[in-house]
Design a protein around this ligand. Structure first.
Ligand SMILES: CC(C)(COP(=O)(O)OP(=O)(O)OC[C@H]1O[C@@H](n2cnc3c(N)ncnc32)[C@H](O)[C@@H]1OP(=O)(O)O)[C@@H](O)C(=O)NCCC(=O)NCCS
Length: 130
């Protein structure tokens, strides 16, 4: 298992996972823009990227834009690991993210990492840590 920093050069492999996980998955150019303007971290297992997380600093707040784990590697603690790696890489007093209300798996992950629900945005909860 290898922890890595993601750069715009990783956009294609991150996008492949993102499109497999999200209805509104990001294509390579959107991922490239996220990684150019923010911070990305990942976990490789036997050379394959299996988890990634991205964030953007916005004033005093860090916006967590993506957390994803390849389907066949889920439920093994990689979600926790990649989120903690991101929080270490982008130290902040406050983090914010949005998660679909129906995404109980992700909600559990964020509750256990200290996030609290602070609002609602259509079908999503807005969660804050700090
Ligand atoms: C959400 C996601 C990142 C979690 O990654 P993961 O590696 O599977 O998560 P972990 O193994 O670290 O487990 C996280 C928690 O969810 C729990 N969990 C596992 N499967 C679950 C399920 N089907 N329903 C509810 N909780 C579940 C685990 O027991 C664990 O609980 P714990 O914190 O008490 O240990 C991953 O499932 C994923 O990529 N999902 C699709 C993309 C997505 O929804 N991203 C988040 C968008 S905001």
């Amino acid at each position: 298992m290898e922890f890595i920093h993601l750069s715009p050069a990783n956009a294609d492999e991150v996008s492949d996972i993102d499109l497999s996980l999200f209805d509104n998955g990001f294509g390579p150019s959107q991922i490239r823009a996220e990684l150019s303007n923010g911070t990305g971290v990942g976990i490789r297992y036997r050379g394959e990227l299996v988890a990634y997380a991205m964030a953007r600093a916005d004033g005093g707040m860090v916006d967590i834009t993506r957390v994803g784990v390849v389907g066949s590697h889920q439920n093994r603690g990689l979600g926790h690991a990649v989120l903690r790696l991101l929080l270490q890489e982008v130290p902040s007093e406050r983090y914010i993210l949005c998660v679909r209300k129906t995404n109980l798996h992700a909600l559990k992950l964020y509750f256990n990492e200290g996030f609290k629900i602070v609002g609602m945005l259509e079908r999503s909860w807005v969660m804050l840590r700090g």
